[in-house]
Design a protein. Structure first.
Length: 286
């Protein structure tokens, strides 16, 4: 009897082994896991970018988003974050209010290829983010977010380690880095000409740029920001954006760069430059 029971037990174990559900085999397939990860890594539309950014993504996913958004990259659907559109505005807002506070300090300044799909070009994450923000709308969102954070500041009881102060410092750092290139103003002018068809819309964008840069909105909000975070350690390389004389020197160099890159016979370009220069001279710094 014992021998019969032993044989029956062995048969039952064999039946169990043979009848394992297929899902266990699929779960253990490394090829399937790699394929699923590869599919997840692909970002193919600005709408998907927006969804990812709003989900508080990890750094590797942020790098993939920046690779897709980088203006120097040509997207199949023609999307360019520096061209005004409703979805571009939403993405810029998410980059400034979510990505910068969560990831600016951890984003590498060197080429980061470990998290990109196979075959993707190398990317400098911080440089890509700065290029995404190098537009009238991008600068405007940075200024608006700084203003919002500073409105919440309680100066007498400010804690230098508070997240709010750190966020202000990061935003000023990003804003300084976006503006620093001397070809910024001319580059934005060229981009407006290329991407905007309506003469009226072109003028609206240019006047907004004048308001932000030449009329002193950026200088004013940066100066206020530095006062709010005076107890925090900040790199000296970004202080120019909040100092009147240094900021005016930067404006002058931007104007010189644009002057040397337009044709004197181009009446429209000369008109745009004259508007910008006239307003910049009213800042009152020498």
């Amino acid at each position: 009897m014992d021998d019969l029971l032993s044989v029956k037990a062995v048969e039952n174990r064999e039946e169990l082994a043979v009848s394992l559900p297929p899902k266990y085999v699929e779960t253990l397939s490394p090829a399937k896991d790699v394929e699923d990860l590869s599919q997840k890594s692909k970002i193919t539309s600005p709408e998907e970018v927006l969804q990812v950014l709003r989900s508080s993504p990890e750094k590797d996913r942020v790098v993939q988003v920046l690779n897709f958004l980088d203006p120097i990259r040509t997207n199949a659907d023609g999307f360019n974050i520096t061209t005004p559109s409703p979805v571009a505005a939403q993405i810029l807002h998410s980059l400034v209010t979510i990505t910068i506070p969560d990831h600016w300090s951890s984003l590498g300044s060197q080429n980061d290829t470990e998290t990109l799909p196979e075959g993707a070009r190398k990317i400098n994450p911080k440089a890509a983010l700065l290029r995404c923000l190098s537009s009238v709308a991008g600068i405007g969102v940075l200024v608006a977010q700084l203003r919002s954070l500073l409105a919440k500041q309680d100066y007498p009881q400010g804690d230098k380690s508070s997240g709010n102060n750190l966020a202000v410092r990061d935003l000023i750092t990003v804003l300084s880095s976006v503006l620093k290139p001397l070809d910024l103003v001319f580059g934005i002018y060229v981009n407006i000409l290329k991407t905007i068809q309506s003469p009226t819309q072109k003028q609206i964008l240019w006047k907004e740029l004048i308001s932000l840069l030449a009329a002193g909105k950026v200088l004013s909000i940066a100066s206020e920001g530095f006062r709010a975070i005076k107890d925090l350690k900040t790199p000296s390389s970004i202080h120019w954006i909040g100092e009147g004389s240094s900021y005016s020197m930067w404006l002058g160099r931007c104007i010189c760069h644009m002057t040397s890159n337009i044709q004197i016979t181009d009446s429209d370009a000369c008109s745009y430059l004259a508007q910008f220069t006239t307003r910049a001279l009213s800042l009152g710094y020498t």
